[in-house]
Write a protein of this length. Structure first.
Length: 421
């Protein structure tokens, strides 16, 4: 563990710069980094990396390269609009363990903005919470990575291990951003991803598949409805079939480690639907987009085959087809007992005065990229949030402060530090 005097220097340095940290987080929130529109926010991150003397690497994701990887998710937007930014700190001594500090810059859509208490892009601070789309998921964490490093430098300490700061895209839809960084050769002895995880460590999480279902109908005039076939009505029967699959997969939760006590770990979400061409014609088509989870240890290929089988055997009587439209990701378990987890537990205990807790989440995390394909312990640990992906998303300010201190102490213990000469 870091000695108490050094730890106090580091945490005091976090406190001294915390207002600047909040200001920068608010500035980042004001850049609406929706999918394929992350460029201005990535400009900001690249400038911050450069200002700290990091070697900056910015590149456009390459579909041809990514599509060869088993963890690739099909992308429905233009690849020329998808860019990652990485800043690398190379330790002068080069004798400590290496670390990746990863975070995603992309955010999900806001929904009707008039439903928010404040504009989702105004970054309002109120009653100890910072509001805005992406505040919790996960710009506060992305900024915490940087300011944790700054605290070490402000405390007169030099990390002795290399540190790679990653600002990636596509976490909310494919995971291809972190996958592209791994394919580009970025690896380390551990990775920390400060997603909004209620001051806890994620022990296990699900995999995810995105897909679009198309149901074909037979159009007729509504006066002759019985001679047609309503694709929208049929689509609801297809959805019911998928709900049965969801229930079946949930019934097996007792067979999957860390998921036994979750009430409903496998969630099917029908996220978008459209269909028909005219109010007075029996609709000839209907499409809906869906997301479903799968347990760690279940291959995405096997899950997809079961989905397709269910769609082929649906009782709707319709012509049904499906295509993958995003995540084709498998879940993972963070095995207990790693040195990286022990170091994080030490740092968390020093800051919070309590033991580090872990939990299982039924959501997707980019940690699977590093754990499954890089053999790197992936520590997903971050601040308290509310309403991520919903209206009035916000992150608890004091939690951000404490998580930043924890990450700073973790860097000091994991990478090692020396006094500045």
């Amino acid at each position: 563990m870091v000695d108490p005097t050094t730890a106090r220097r580091i945490t005091d340095a976090v406190d001294a710069a915390f207002e600047r940290q909040l200001d920068f987080t608010a500035e980042l929130i004001r850049h609406p980094s929706l999918r394929a529109a992350e460029a201005s926010a990535q400009d900001l991150m690249a400038a911050e990396f450069a200002a700290r003397g990091f070697e900056v690497d910015r590149w456009t994701l390459d579909e041809e390269t990514l599509s060869t990887h088993e963890g690739y998710g099909p992308t429905t937007v233009a690849f020329e609009d998808l860019t990652n930014v990485v800043g690398t700190y190379t330790a002068p001594a080069g004798k400590g363990r290496s670390l990746i500090l990863n975070g995603h810059i992309d955010v999900v859509p806001t929904g009707p903005e008039e439903t928010w208490r404040h504009s989702p892009w105004d970054a309002v601070t109120e009653d100890g919470w910072l509001y805005g789309r992406g505040s919790g998921d996960m710009k506060a964490g992305l900024v915490a990575n940087l300011f944790a490093f700054d605290a070490l430098r402000a405390a007169g300490l030099t990390p002795t291990g290399d540190i790679c700061f990653q600002s990636v895209v596509e976490e909310e839809c494919t995971g291809n951003g972190s996958l592209a960084a791994l394919q580009r050769g970025y690896t380390a002895d551990a990775v920390v991803i400060p997603e909004p995880e209620e001051n806890m460590l994620v022990r296990a999480n699900v995999g995810v598949i995105w897909f679009r279902v198309r149901v074909a109908g037979k159009p007729t005039h509504v006066r002759e409805m019985s001679s047609g076939f309503n694709a929208i009505d049929a689509a609801y029967r297809v959805m019911a079939e998928l709900r049965e699959l969801e229930a079946e997969w949930n019934s097996h939760r007792g067979e999957h480690r860390y998921f036994e006590d979750l009430e409903h770990p496998i969630n099917l979400n029908i996220g978008m639907i459209s269909g028909g061409d005219w109010p007075f014609s029996v609709p000839a088509w209907c499409e809906f987009d869906a997301r479903i989870a799968l347990y760690p240890g279940v291959s995405a290929d096997a899950a997809w085959q079961e989905i397709e089988r269910r769609l082929r055997s649906t009782s709707s009587g319709a012509d049904v087809s499906a295509e993958r439209t995003g995540f084709f990701a498998e879940g993972y378990v963070l095995e207990e007992g790693s040195e990286a987890e022990a170091a994080l537990a030490d740092a968390h205990g020093e800051v919070f005065g309590s033991a580090l807790q872990s939990f299982t989440t039924p959501g997707y995390l980019d940690g699977r990229v590093f754990a499954l394909y890089g053999g790197v312990p992936a520590l997903v640990y971050g601040p308290v949030s509310r309403n991520i992906h919903g209206f009035d998303e916000c992150v608890e300010i004091e939690s951000v402060r404490r998580v930043t201190k924890t990450i700073a102490l973790f860097i000091a213990q994991w990478c090692g530090v020396e006094e500045d000469s």
